[in-house]
Design a protein around this ligand. Sequence first.
Ligand SMILES: Cc1cc2nc3c(=O)[nH]c(=O)nc-3n(C[C@H](O)[C@H](O)[C@H](O)COP(=O)(O)O)c2cc1C
Length: 188
Amino acid sequence: MKRIVVGVSGASGTVYALNLLEKLAAAPDVETHLVMSAWAKKNLELETTTSLKDMEALADHVYNNRDLGAAIASGSFLTDGMVVIPASMKTVSSIANAYDDNLITRAADVTIKEMRRLIIVPRETPLSQIHLENLLKLSRIGAQIIPPIPAFYNHPQTISDLVDHHSMKILDAFGIQNEVGHRWKGDQ
Ligand SMILES: Cc1cc2nc3c(=O)[nH]c(=O)nc-3n(C[C@H](O)[C@H](O)[C@H](O)COP(=O)(O)O)c2cc1C
């Protein structure tokens, strides 16, 4: 059984979190713990046709971002890691500076201090030097930075194909066996 924390912040691209939660729900022996910021919920409404209720139903446990007493706020609650998807530059900055004023950033800080796997899916463009420095700081302490940058070697036909491919990269990073995207098998 893998226990994965999914933090969703208010960057554009809530569909990446939605798709990942669908894949995690379909994967055997994976327990998900979901926390969404207020702006993530707003962007879900702005960018998708999925209701908050339906998104939350994909997770095994759902927390309020203001609930700093939640299980995932403590290092004694064992997890296999956390993904912040998409990660706004505000949330990236908070995590890079251990500014733990909400559950997403506190859970990320716990993931770092307990030396567990932390995956950041940053979404902003262009990236300023401040954004890049914060991401570099996180990368240097072992966080994996997996931006939602599409690949085209697999000839995606739909937006779903692009998003699936990104979910594959996240599942791969957590060591969850999957074939949700098309893998490169050589050019022969
Ligand atoms: C429609 C919409 C799209 C946004 N897209 C981004 C984005 O791609 N990247 C980003 O860093 N912030 C983006 N923002 C701004 C963040 O939502 C804002 O900085 C917010 O304070 C982030 O808070 P959170 O990280 O706690 O969710 C967007 C806001 C809106 C309303």
